[in-house]
Ligand binder design. Structure first.
Ligand code: SAM
Length: 413
């Protein structure tokens, strides 16, 4: 473990974590998407037409079903029960898709933690109930150490309700023994605290003196959001403040130990971990996030080396193709001028979306006997004919016409 390099990886954290050794990590800070059903674009997250940073849109699809079946048939029994209960409650919905996504990753996170390791799972209030059910089933309710409320002061205010100003951070340890470096995270007593000035003598006569290093924070943390002018602002929506991560990293890990952030976004946890002399592994499936994190690490902790890796992305396959095999059949003749155009368009569609191996092309030449037989089977009357199929079903066909790439994409979504 001692020669482990710092790593920044572009890929799905499930794939990456599955390839990591058990018990190799001291602390995991995980800040996954929060089922907002939004796309986060630009620095603020809401800038239309800007570059997509990440999508937090969810629907029940082939991947969710496959993942559900996998856990339901072979996962640990508590998690099976929890997922079945969530299925009864939500049906095959976006909520269930999100639950399955999270469950599969929590199982891996637990496996990666060492025996004194901890997970801090950061969730929006709207999915905190799903998170807690899953965490209790994966880690056991007895291993819940704290439900931390991050009161994120700053930002706009609602006029119609009390403003939403908190996130929830669930702290679970892997076992009944966990790291907690209380002295590293002490804060000053309140100025008004009488205890801080003179201590307290209990009725029994026992003296309680204030700790000269300050007090251990409670579970409500008042930490401002990263404001638009802050020096630490990296230009990524949902960026978390460094001071929030400082407290977590200091409390639950030691120098030289490994901190993992499987949804690293702009790399807040990694920068903090590196500064605090921990080793780090950061994963994000967004290219934009990984680019930003790379630059942020180079700027903030230039002396710290790390390896940049890419794990083959399955995102398009998962999100657009529903995790199923897609087959495009093209019927052509040598004498048909548009047939070449269709073939080129399909190749470009696959090339530009990096779909090699995920979308299969079947070309049938109607000038051959085999091609004619296949054409007769599919009732092809004109060329070019293009048939798009997913999981054995015909999604669309164009007879004697050349569709645009976007039209193919639209039928697949
Ligand atoms: C809430 S943001 C994290 C923000 C981060 N804590 C920061 O301070 O910048 C969630 C991140 O999870 C990433 N993500 C979503 N699904 C993922 C997956 N399956 N594997 C890895 N990263 C994923 C998104 O690209 C996004 O950057």
């Amino acid at each position: 473990m001692s020669d482990m390099k710092n790593r920044l990886i572009c890929g799905d954290c499930l794939d990456v974590m599955q390839g990591m050794s058990a018990e190799s990590v001291a602390l995991i800070y995980a800040d996954p998407p929060h089922l907002s059903q939004n796309e986060y674009r630009g620095e603020s997250g809401w800038q239309k037409d800007s570059e997509l940073c990440f999508s937090d849109k969810w629907r029940w699809d082939g991947i969710s079903a496959e993942s559900f079946e996998k856990i339901a048939s072979s996962g640990p029994s508590e998690i099976r029960v929890a997922l079945m209960a969530l299925k009864s409650l939500y049906g095959e919905s976006s909520e269930l898709a999100y639950s399955v996504f999270l469950a599969a990753r929590l199982i891996e996170m637990r496996r990666l933690l060492d025996s004194r390791g901890s997970l801090f799972l950061h969730l929006g209030e709207s999915v905190a109930h799903i998170g807690k059910i899953l965490l209790n089933s994966v880690f056991g309710s007895k291993n819940l150490r704290n439900v931390i409320i991050w009161h994120k002061s700053g930002g706009g205010r609602s006029r119609r309700t009390f403003s939403h100003k908190y996130d929830v951070i669930f702290w679970y340890s892997k076992t009944g023994r966990w790291r907690f470096n209380a002295d590293a995270v002490r804060i000053a007593y309140k100025e008004t605290s009488g205890y801080a000035k003179s201590g307290i003598t209990a009725k029994s006569g026992k003296r309680y003196e204030p700790n000269p290093k300050g007090m251990i924070p409670d579970d409500v943390w008042y930490i401002p959001m990263v404001n638009p002018l802050a020096k630490e602002r990296a230009g990524y929506p949902t960026q978390k403040p460094e001071s929030l991560l400082e407290r977590i990293v200091l409390a639950a890990s030691e120098e030289g130990e490994v901190v993992l952030d499987p949804f690293c976004g702009s790399g807040t946890a990694l920068v903090v971990a590196a500064r605090m002399k921990r080793r780090f592994i950061g994963i994000d499936e967004s290219k934009r996030a990984v680019e930003l994190t790379e630059n942020r690490l180079k700027e903030n902790v230039p002396s710290v080396e790390f390896e940049l890796e890419e794990v083959r992305r399955k995102v398009y396959h998962k999100v657009v193709l529903g995790g199923m095999e897609v087959r495009i059949r093209i019927f052509s003749r040598k004498s048909c001028p548009n047939c070449e155009t269709v073939k080129q368009m399909v190749s470009k569609f696959i090339e530009s979306r990096n779909l090699h191996g995920l979308v299969k092309i079947e070309s049938h030449d109607l000038d051959t006997v085999d091609g004619l037989a296949e054409g007769a089977y599919w009732d092809v009357m004109s060329v070019p004919t293009l048939i798009v199929m997913r999981g054995g079903n015909v999604l669309a066909r164009w007879d004697g016409a050349v569709p645009k790439e976007e039209e193919i994409e639209k039928v697949l979504r």
